[in-house]
Ligand binder design. Sequence first.
Ligand code: ADP
Ligand code: NI
Length: 218
Amino acid sequence: MTVSDHSYEDLLKKAENFVRDHMAGYDPSHDWPHVDRVRRVAIRIAKTLEPQPDMLVVELAALFHDLDDKYRTESSPTLSDLLSPFLSHPCLTSNQAELILKIIPNISYTSEIKSRSKNQWTWQDECKELFAVQDSDRLDAIGSIGIMRCSAFSCKINRKLLHDNEDDGHGAEDHFEEKLLKIRDRMKTPFGREEAERRHQTMVSFLESLQKEKELLQ
Ligand code: ADP
Ligand code: NI
């Protein structure tokens, strides 16, 4: 093993290449550029936090965040098997590796609700590394990029764009009420809250404009 095999850069490059390959077949709502945006914004958020979170943990958790069970089938390896070549890298301590493995399944709002329902103070309520990745992933679902991802995902699942009044069929536009307009109130960091407010207003004006366009159809 050469010196460079022991560097952070080596670990991050290997992780990045692995995730790039892994996401290659996914639609634009969950592709490599989504992961890359989540990684970059997570780092921005983490830098604003005091005390500063472990940046390597933030970056790796962001890179791996969508390798969770969303796309998993019966035969898929477990997250820890999938990540073991990276988590056993000489740059990473076992505590860091454990934290990354703990963060990934706890990013989604659904998992947050589950841990809340147990009604006790848990590590999830104070983990700054988790907050940075969580807020970043949530920000990517709202604002202009969020609007585009919502269209992309709807296309992938063959969901119509607009609400169909005739048979009360739900379309992509309904996803704003279902979820996207609620995200602003679920942010964990001051940076996340401020950016979410701006992105929220973008969605509100988009929806107002969409209503005007729909009025022409009546
Ligand atoms: P992530 O895990 O990256 O936070 P999700 O898996 O929740 O994101 O959703 C991926 C993207 O697809 C998001 O931008 C979200 O708005 C969109 N999406 C998810 N469910 C729906 C749906 N039922 N209709 C339209 N868009 C959806
Ligand atoms: Ni994501």
